[in-house]
Ligand binder design. Structure first.
Ligand SMILES: *Cc1c(COP(=O)(O)O)cnc(C)c1O
Length: 381
């Protein structure tokens, strides 16, 4: 089956409960004992095995061509549970240096307390990975595309490197979604998602997912049962509903993202635009080879820096000034004041994130309306 069909049907529970086309919300913490021998086979929400959890695991595994998947209470619950499953005291992690803020501070602030060491690597430079490899290195952790500059590591090289050194390869695939990229098909061991973003797509829940082999997902599940980061059944229902339209929504995000990036790149008041679908993006070729689409996230700088950016953002009518991404509505932020405000200004500058950099998470509104709005707001700066 094609991905569009899998996203709608792969998670269906059979037989259909009372004939209902849509699976009901099983709002029951516990389930009748049916002779299970193992604790983990008892049905209980925290064990991540109610019918709503099972359905989501199936559809997410099918979406990325993996054996198994499991959902979690947030993207960070997926990331922390997966890292704590793969790594134990004495182990060492190689992690991409420009990570999602929560992941970055989990690695730097929490892993050392568990006796786990790490080094940050330049994802564009495999020599750097080799130099930082240690005998106790167990895993390599990257993101499909970095936020907000959309840098793309060569994922084929990451998978090869992990294989040849016996490392677990882990990737946060949130920004691509399974529609634009399916890491397990390329050979990644663990694919992680903040389902809060594109997978749910409606900015109304937080949720996460871990996707991989049956054996590894079993181990992550065991860890998650202890950490307690299970997804609530009502959120399961909303996520399942969101996933059904993922293919349609991603097509619109990809198209709108491309059109808006091209518009901005041609605009005389815009200094630079970062979008992997533009020829001018340093990783455009790599992204074209690896991905089926470039998504809805882009960043840009205006002439006049932070002051111009602020004035421009205030003039916009449609985009909402809010962090996060992946919902149907367009959101806009200045990373220096939101996602990257915890990083010292000189470090931000070194990372290529100026104070005036604007991040646009393009939604699925009519692109003409978004372009008109951007155009009027640019006319005053
Ligand atoms: C939002 C996000 C996360 C964290 O997800 P939550 O659902 O907020 O816990 C992790 N990685 C990426 C790339 C994200 O965008």
């Amino acid at each position: 089956m094609k991905l569009q069909t899998k996203l709608i049907h792969a998670g269906e529970l059979r037989p259909r409960f009372a004939g209902a086309v849509i699976a009901p919300i099983f709002q029951s913490s516990t389930f009748e004992y049916a002779g299970q021998g193992r604790y983990e086979d008892l049905k209980y929400i925290r064990l991540n095995n109610t019918p709503n959890h099972v359905a989501l695991g199936r559809v997410l595994a099918a979406a990325e061509g993996a054996q198994a998947a499991l959902v979690t209470a947030s993207g960070m619950a997926a990331i922390s549970a997966a890292l704590l499953t793969v790594l134990k005291a004495g182990d060492h992690l190689l992690a991409q240096e420009c990570l999602y803020g929560g992941t970055h501070t989990f690695i730097t602030g929490d892993l050392p307390g568990f006796g786990i060491s790490f080094d940050f690597i330049n994802a564009a430079d495999p020599e750097d990975w080799r130099r930082k490899l240690r005998p106790n290195t167990r895993a390599i952790y990257v993101e499909t595309m970095s936020n907000p500059l959309l840098q793309v590591p060569d994922h084929r090289k990451v998978v090869d490197f992990a294989r040849s050194h016996g490392l677990v390869s882990m990737i946060d695939n949130t920004l691509a979604s399974p529609v634009n990229f399916r890491p397990p098909e390329l050979g990644y061991d663990v694919s992680l998602h903040s389902c809060t973003k594109y997978l749910n797509g409606h900015s109304d829940i937080v949720a996460g997912a871990v996707i991989g082999s049956t054996a590894l997902i079993g181990r992550v599940n065991h860890k998650l049962i202890h950490l307690g980061g299970c997804l609530d059944p009502h959120a399961c229902f909303l996520l399942e509903r969101g996933i059904k339209t993922l293919a349609l929504r991603m097509r619109a995000h990809n198209e709108n993202g491309q059109r808006i990036a091209q518009f901005l790149a041609r605009h005389p008041r815009v200094e630079r635009v970062m979008y992997p679908g533009l020829n001018s993006h340093p990783d455009h070729r790599l992204a074209s080879e690896l991905f089926d689409g470039f998504g809805g996230l882009l960043s840009f700088e205006l002439q006049g820096g932070a002051a111009a950016a602020q004035a421009f953002m205030q003039r916009l009518q449609i985009p909402i000034g809010a962090p996060s991404l992946g919902g149907v509505e367009t959101l806009i932020t200045r990373p220096a004041t939101t996602s990257h405000s915890g990083i010292a200004p000189h470090d931000r500058a070194r990372m290529g994130i100026s104070d005036g950099l604007i991040r646009l998470a393009v939604g699925i509104e009519a692109v003409e309306d978004l372009l008109d709005d951007l155009s009027q707001a640019l006319s005053i700066v």
